[in-house]
Design a protein around this ligand. Sequence first.
Ligand code: FAD
Ligand code: NAD
Length: 474
Amino acid sequence: MADAELVVIGAGPGGYAAAFLAADLGMDVTLVDPNPNPGGVCLYRGCIPSKALLHVAKVIHESGQAPNWGVTFSKPTFDLDTMRAWKNSVVEKLTGGTGEMGKRRKVKYRQGKAHLTGPTDLYITAADGSTETISFGKAIIATGSYPAGLPGFPKSPRIWDSTRALDLPEVPQRLLVVGGGYIGLELGTVYAALGSKVTVVEVLDSLLPGVDPDLVRPLARRLQKEFEAIQLGTRVTEVREEKDAIRVTLETEGKKPAEAAFDAVLVSVGRRPMTKGLGLQHTKVQVDGHGFIHVDAQRRTAEPTLYAIGDVAGEPMLAHKATHEGRTAVEAIHGDAVAFEPAAIPAVIFTDPEIAWAGLTEAAAKERGRPVRVAKFPWAASGRAITLGRTDGVTKLVVDPETERILGMGVCGPGAGELIAEGVLAIEMAARVKDVELSIHPHPTLTESVMEAASVFFGTSPHYYAPKRKGKQG
Ligand code: FAD
Ligand code: NAD
């Protein structure tokens, strides 16, 4: 008989949620992870610490805006030690909580790294080098991802990945951010608020490539003011460490290469699936060209005893996607008829303004040649946005022109990450635009912008005059 009915390798939001659900369903579960408690990248060095610091940035921004409302605070001063201690206390509170949740469910937590030696066997190496061998019936691989590096960048305390940046080692006077994606813009926002002169270089020709341009525009406009520079279509071609700085050569298409010096450089050019040292070669598990583990709709790998979920099993690399895949894998192991086939996985960039979208984007519809109609409500017409002094937002619905079903939703504005949940529910429930228009939304709230966007679709928004044009698509 196997030592464990189910082993979950990696205790991020995919792994710990899977382990807890499996225990709730009556399975005997062992959860393995090198951290002292369940939480993974998300809780220890990702979602949670970054959002704690973004909250600090938000308070700094709002206090800077307050003189417009007749309230003037003195210029903020920063105590990095207190800020770091507060951020760490948030992480400890949450990870302590997940540890307790695991104990109450009698999940056996093993602190260490797992290495597969076959389809039903692994050993765990603890930090002190001791090992434990475990045989299992089924295992779920949930080992997540790690930051991608760039060739030619030297190892230096001035060259940071997101984990280092979240440690708040200092507030560099000049910070170069390489990569204008999620991490670059979120952590760039934090450091700009703390006083760094932030330069972002992005190799492609827009920030947040792939996101609908009308959602990115209000953010880009604001960041142009808060950052020192945003250089698109630009790559770092040389990096040299000098005594007091990192000197880089930046090449922008059609321009002469330029040199610049920075006190620190944050490399945020994506993440890679974590399969190093996992022993996949002792199994039939297959990986794709990017190193992601290949899985089917039940999150089964090519090895019948092994499942894979979360960042290690493919894009989008988001915590809530990992958690839901964990549910699917556990229910499949439990014998339930399930499949991971969401109509909408929300994505949120927690900048100021935030950007969020779910379901079909306008850009993806265009790329696929899929006809859609788009209805947009500008926040300049929202009473709530005006009271907040934040009229730079927009809420849009992407709609099937035949059935008038909502296929996608996008929002740019403060709180977009909260608003998008309504879009997810509408898409998953196959709601039509009329359903949203007829659902009474509380006033005055930003949620009304969703109902108003639905009214814009019919050309009858009370606060935004945009009559429906006959025969007009999109
Ligand atoms: P992870 O959370 O990566 O956890 C995997 C765990 O497995 C880790 O603890 C790792 O140490 C462990 N492990 C690895 N190898 C082994 C092994 N051999 N044996 C045992 N354990 C092993 N996503 C969001 O949805 N919202 C956000 O706001 C957000 N912000 C982010 C901010 C930053 C700075 C970063 C870096 C990421 C952010 N993400 C965010 C992404 C999110 O963190 C990931 O999508 C999510 O953590 C993936 O969960 P997971 O369960 O797949 O793996
Ligand atoms: P990303 O994929 O979001 O962005 C990387 C950016 O770097 C891209 O725009 C890419 O074009 C650019 N790039 C690549 N190579 C480059 C180069 N040589 N020079 C300049 N630019 C270059 O990756 P990330 O920001 O590192 O974040 C990793 C992942 O973590 C995200 O994709 C997301 O899945 C997750 N994450 C999510 C959140 C959130 O949900 N709010 C926050 C942080 C991270």
